[in-house]
Design a protein around this ligand. Sequence first.
Ligand code: CMX
Length: 133
Amino acid sequence: MKLDHIGIAVKNLDEAVKFYKDVLGLELVEREDVPEEKVRIAIFKVGDVFIELLEGTSEDSAITKFINKRGEGIHHIAIRVENVDEVSKKLKERNVPLIYSEPKIVAGGKRKINFIHPKATCGVLLEILERCE
Ligand code: CMX
C-alpha cells in the first residue's frame, strides 16, 4: 500500500488551480471531469504523492455537501492498492463500513475506487484506489 493522494475540497477549481500552480509552483499533471463522482478535479504531483483539488459539479455532489457543511479543506486521503476488489472484500469480512458495496470504475476506466466511511477511521474519509493504466 502507498499513499496516493490527498483530496482537497474547493469551491472554485479555476481559482484554486491558479494558486497551487502559479503561486505555489506545483506541477499540474492533469485536469479531468469525473462525472461518476459529480466532481471535476485537478491533480498536482508533489514528490511521489499527488494533491487532488476537487470541485463539486452539482448540489448533491459529496464535495458540494462537504463544503456546505464544513467549508473548504482536506476531504479525503487515498491509499493506492494493487487490487481494490480484493481489499474491499477483506474489509467487508472485517465489517469495515464501505461506501460502495462493489468498487466503482471512474475516469474512463483509469481508476477503480472505494471509500471507508469516516466513522470507522477516526473522522477521515479514506479512499482505496487501484490505478488501472
Ligand atoms: N471527512 C470526514 N468526515 C466527513 C466527511 C469527510 N470527507 N464527509 C462527511 N463527514 C462526516 C459528516 O460531517 C458527518 O459528521 P457528523 O455525524 O459529526 O455530523 C458524518 O461524516 C456522517 O455523515 P453521513 O450523514 O453518513 O454522510 P454524508 O452525507 O455527510 O456523506 C460520506 C459522507 C463520506 C458518506 C459521503 O461524502 C460519501 O459517500 N463519500 C464518498 C464519495 C466521495 O466522497 N466522492 C467525492 C470524491 C471523488 C473522488 O475522489 O474522485
